[in-house]
Design a protein around this ligand. Structure first.
Ligand code: ATP
Ligand code: MG
Length: 251
């Protein structure tokens, strides 16, 4: 059997007595598109921070492609091929859209002479192609800090995808974006991230069920359900967790 790309083994995070993440065991295979859902405060973002190295687990192991990564720095984990998009936008605010994308593309190129060569035409061409695909051509020369929220999220998603991560973590990529723009963004993930392994935290359940090949439900830091979108949708325990907060959301 192929080994999983990402292997979480009884991962826990308990900075105080009450654990925020507890005994999360989860294997993600290469090419899967896994959505992580669950009510507010379930521990989804914390789990991403554990995988990305911003937090170190207090229990268990995290293995990426056969290599243990828990406790490694975020930098090191990024160099192992884990790309991220956070719950709030992160980029170089003073740089233009085009320059931000060039930075993301440069991450794929080793430092030194090769990097200097790559800064020329191929890089310009790649950045222009990405900007076109993202629908940001009209904004290419604008500083990132002047963009509206949806364009900023689109740029950030493009930057995450352009870095060609082996595993991409997207924490609420469509938060605070209106539905048509959110749908466009997720179509972009499906199209340009088709050959990537994705872990997506998303509250819009319609979007989740469209994009994901597998859904994991986190509740109070633990895995409540794990299966195909239709199996999770039909799971009475999942329906119960969502009842009261958004009746019918999962129906
Ligand atoms: N560093 C921390 N120290 C202590 N408590 C924390 C820390 N980070 C998060 N928490 C708490 O842990 C719980 C899980 O938070 P987390 O942000 O992971 O939830 P989430 O599932 O991403 O929620 P949301 O859907 O609202 O983004 C929350 O109760 C939060 O207040
Ligand atoms: Mg969160």
């Amino acid at each position: 059997m192929n080994r999983p790309l990402l292997d979480l083994q009884a991962v826990g995070y308990a900075p105080a007595r009450q654990p925020i993440v507890a005994e999360v065991t989860l294997q993600v295979r290469r090419g899967e598109r896994l959505a992580l859902i669950g009510p507010n405060g379930a521990g989804k973002s914390t789990l991403f921070q554990l995988i990305g190295g911003m937090l170190a687990p207090t229990a268990g192991r995290i293995v990426l492609d056969g290599r243990r990564i828990d406790g490694c720095s975020p930098d090191r984990i990024a160099r192992c091929g884990v790309g991220r998009m956070f719950q709030s936008p992160q980029m170089f605010p003073g740089l233009s859209v085009a320059d931000n994308l060039r930075c993301a593309l440069l991450r794929r190129v080793p430092a030194g002479l090769l990097r200097r060569v790559a800064t020329d035409s191929a890089l310009q061409r790649d950045a222009a192609r990405w900007i076109g695909d993202l629908g940001l051509s009209a904004l290419a020369d604008r500083p990132a800090q002047t963009l509206d929220h949806a364009s900023l999220r689109t740029l950030e998603l493009g930057m995450a995808l352009a870095g060609e991560p082996v595993l991409l973590l997207l924490d609420e990529p469509t938060a605070v974006i209106d539905r048509p723009q959110a749908a466009r963004l997720l179509d972009l993930v499906a199209a340009r991230g088709a050959d990537r392994t994705l872990l997506v935290i998303e509250h819009d359940l319609d979007a989740v069920f469209r994009l994901a090949t597998r859904v994991v439900v986190l509740h109070q830091g633990r895995v409540l359900a794990d299966g195909t979108p239709s199996a999770v949708r039909a799971d009475p325990r999942v329906q119960q967790v969502y009842l009261g907060m958004d009746p019918g959301a999962i129906a």
